[in-house]
Design a binder for this molecule. Structure first.
Ligand SMILES: [Fe+2]
Ligand SMILES: [Fe+2]
Length: 155
């Protein structure tokens, strides 16, 4: 992620690697695989009667659909309109961001506590997935919060 201070744009700036053909090629190839993953997950969901297997496949299917949308955003940011994150954008998420961060941190605490109080494979399996997700949410918000404090202009 390239960062620069506001108003310090130079005309001689080197093109980002994302504008190479290679980058788009990789993302498009990856995006196609998401369709395979969705198909495999659906096939197993149809075949299995087990709730845990169905849940796992459903989560993978959902995640893959989400990945496709995110990959498309990456593709569009190169082929259509670049991503820009201005200090004003971060101001909009404003004070609510801290509360959101706190809620995610509390969720993570509860999830860890639940894991400590569990011993069955299936419980721990589901909890581990949830913990990874909650950590992810907290980390994503944390990154936005850092940017907000630094008030940098990011592309
Ligand atoms: Fe994926
Ligand atoms: Fe969360």
């Amino acid at each position: 992620m390239a960062e620069r201070a506001p108003g310090k744009e130079t005309k001689a700036k080197k093109k980002p690697a994302e504008l190479s053909k290679e980058f788009i090629k990789i993302i498009k190839e990856w995006q196609k695989l998401e369709d395979d993953t969705i198909k495999f997950s659906e096939e197993i969901m149809k075949k299995s009667k087990n709730k845990l297997i169905k849940l796992t496949m459903d989560m993978i299917r959902h995640d893959s659909q989400k990945h496709k949308v995110m990959q498309q955003m990456l593709i569009d940011s190169v082929t259509k309109e670049p991503f820009v994150l201005a200090p004003e954008d971060l101001n909009v998420i404003g004070a609510g961001l801290n509360e959101h961060l706190a809620a995610e941190a509390k969720s993570l605490e509860l999830a860890d506590e639940a894991l400590l109080n569990s011993e069955l494979f299936v419980t721990r399996y589901v909890l581990s997935y949830l913990i990874a997700d909650e950590q992810k949410h907290h980390a994503l918000l944390g990154k936005l919060n850092e940017l907000k404090r630094a008030t940098v202009f990011v592309t």
